[in-house]
Design a protein around this ligand. Structure first.
Ligand code: ZN
Ligand code: ZN
Length: 590
């Protein structure tokens, strides 16, 4: 990784100008916009040191932003000033790269103002106040010597007391769900400060006197964190506590959908689309389950009810799964097999110099997802990409069994396609090579999730289900059945998110949707319900992005007929970085 420097950035933007074929006035407009966006992205990162760290820019690692009201007003003023600057550019005179960057920046600043003025998460989301994962990211950064990282972390931790005093004052209307999450995650952070961080200090600082000073700062930071945890636990044990609802309601949900997804559809339109897809999937699943019945359940009489039939076949096949202790090992085994398949079938070029490291999910991440990818940002091109795998160690035997039936032999393969190859991992490697820093930094979540979901279907279409290198035998019907079941999950994510936040769905009905219509195991359904109450809109991103990418590919296929090349389509699509699909569509169709 190269440390950020101005010449490197200038080079990045020189690429953007090369594509400019406009007339002289257009060239001037593009030049001035290129200068503007270069400065504004750097300003944006400077204003948000933890965001900068996550993007691989480590210049501000020592700074902790104290979220005071004064600071909030400054942030609003900053975004409004940027919107004003943007309005002075004539978007029609910009080239394609700049046009889409313009739209991303405009959305970013409008969304920022809306979040601070209307959404006001600082007042209700206690889990927002946890620098633990940021500190771990700083400690994990390979290009700084350990002593420099410790110095930065200690400088940051000196302000924890002030930070948590402001956090307590900000949290005027907490939700119970986010408060419970905060307690769990903050305890994870404290465990990390007390062990890994302290050990690193002892290693980095041989001078005992100096090390003792640093350790004392960590101890006072732990005390400040524990003080905040104690305050939250006090709220949780107070029977008279008035909690804010974790459901954000129709108006805020519709607005957040607009800013976060940047889709051509409204939240309501996507919800209707999901309901239709759910009905289609049930038809396909019934056909396969009916066909598989004699293979797995020939002793039993076939139920007349189609939902019951599907559910019985799924439950029987789901018994095929790895042992709890082998979960991570099996993931590690599958990665090279998936890579070889993508190469052999000519689906996408995969850069062999980018390593994917499978690791146990770090403790500060615990609580929301079972598996995830952490990739280096645009400033950290040499950094490792991690595949974080949730540990089953804390599960009871019943919980582990339920989890493993959900992530059974067939679903585990689809999970690896989604998270790693050619899903998130491959997409993020391409995104970091995108010549637009705006798109690398302000990536569109729906495009990112949509790509991963799209690749699941694409891999099966290209013959993964016939592949014997994982299964040992051809089990095509089983793979497709579980693909549809998995895909049903994405469809139901949209239905659930919309229903929780806009339609006031009860937990009972939510679990019923997931367990009966989407055939999910109890542990998975409970986890998804929790996630739907802790997040808003994000669960819609998967189905939205998938639909837009799949439709785009089908249109290209139809138009180009014999000339359509799947690998070329994928590489072209990914080459624009993590932009909203509707914008990539515009660029690809030009
Ligand atoms: Zn079992
Ligand atoms: Zn994903």
């Amino acid at each position: 990784m190269k440390k950020y420097s101005l010449p490197a950035i200038a080079l990045i933007f020189a690429f953007a100008s090369c594509t400019d074929t406009d007339k002289k006035s257009g060239m001037n407009a593009n030049n001035s916009f290129t200068t503007y966006k270069q400065n504004v992205i750097m300003d944006l990162l400077k204003r948000s040191p933890s965001f900068a760290t996550s993007q691989g820019l480590h210049d501000y690692d020592s700074i902790l932003v104290i979220p005071t009201n004064g600071r909030k007003l400054e942030d609003i003023a900053f975004s409004k000033a940027q919107l004003d600057s943007l309005s002075k550019f004539n978007i029609d005179s910009l080239n394609d790269v700049n046009k889409t960057d313009y739209e991303l920046l405009k959305n970013q600043f409008e969304s920022s103002v809306w979040r601070l003025e209307q959404f006001n998460e600082a007042a209700w989301n206690a889990s927002d106040y946890n620098p633990g994962s940021n500190i771990a990211e700083i400690l994990n950064y390979k290009q700084h010597p350990l002593a420099v990282k410790i110095k930065n972390i200690v400088a940051k931790m000196k302000h924890f007391k002030e930070y948590y005093d402001v956090a307590k004052a900000n949290l005027t209307s907490p939700t119970k769900e986010h408060t419970e999450l905060a307690v769990q995650q903050l305890k994870g952070s404290v465990g990390f400060y007390a062990t890994s961080l302290k050990d690193s200090i002892k290693k980095a600082t041989p001078l005992k006197e100096e090390a003792d000073k640093q350790l004392a700062v960590v101890d006072s930071a732990i005390a400040a964190t524990n003080g905040f945890v104690g305050c939250l636990e006090g709220l949780l044990s107070n029977k008279d506590q008035q909690w804010k609802s974790c459901r954000i309601g129709k108006e805020l949900h519709a607005q957040k959908f607009k800013y976060d997804i940047q889709s051509g559809l409204t939240a309501g339109e996507l919800y209707d689309k999901a309901l239709k897809r759910k009905a289609e999937l049930l038809v396909e699943m019934y056909k396969l389950a009916d066909k598989l019945w004699p293979k797995y359940l020939k002793e039993e009489s076939k139920p007349a009810d189609s939902t019951l039939l599907i559910s019985k076949v799924i439950n029987e096949i789901a018994k095929t799964h790895v042992k709890p202790a082998d979960f991570q090992k099996e993931i590690e085994r599958q990665i090279p097999i998936l890579t070889a398949f993508v190469k052999e079938r000519n689906l996408l070029y995969m850069d062999p110099s980018k390593p994917l490291v499978v690791r146990k999910e770090p403790e500060w991440m615990a609580g929301v997802a079972g598996a995830s990818i952490s990739a280096p940002g645009p400033f950290d091109k040499g950094g490792d990409t991690y595949y974080n795998v949730g540990s089953l160690a804390a599960y009871s035997p019943e919980e582990a069994e339920s989890f493993l039936r959900e992530y059974n032999k067939y679903v585990l393969q689809i999970l690896n396609i989604h998270e790693a190859i050619p899903g998130h991992y491959a997409q993020l490697v391409y995104a970091n090579q995108s010549p637009s820093l705006v798109k690398s930094v302000l990536g569109n979540g729906a495009m990112i999730e949509g790509w991963a979901v799209y690749t699941e279907r694409m891999m099966l279409e290209e013959g993964w289900a016939k592949n014997t290198s994982i299964n040992g035998a051809v089990e095509e019907d089983e793979m497709w059945l579980f693909y549809y079941k998995w895909h049903m999950r994405v469809v139901c994510n949209t239905i659930l998110d919309y229903s929780v936040h806009e339609l006031n769905m009860s937990k009972e009905d939510g679990l019923k949707l997931l367990m009966q219509s989407a055939f999910q195991e109890k542990a998975e359904a409970e986890g998804k319900w929790r996630r739907a109450t802790l997040t808003q809109v994000q669960l819609c991103s998967y189905f939205n992005g998938y639909s837009e990418i799949f439709d785009l590919r089908e249109e290209h296929k139809k138009r180009l007929a014999d000339k359509f090349d799947l690998k070329a389509f994928h590489e072209k699509f990914l080459s624009y970085g993590s932009a909203p699909v509707k914008q990539i569509r515009m660029l690809m169709e030009k």
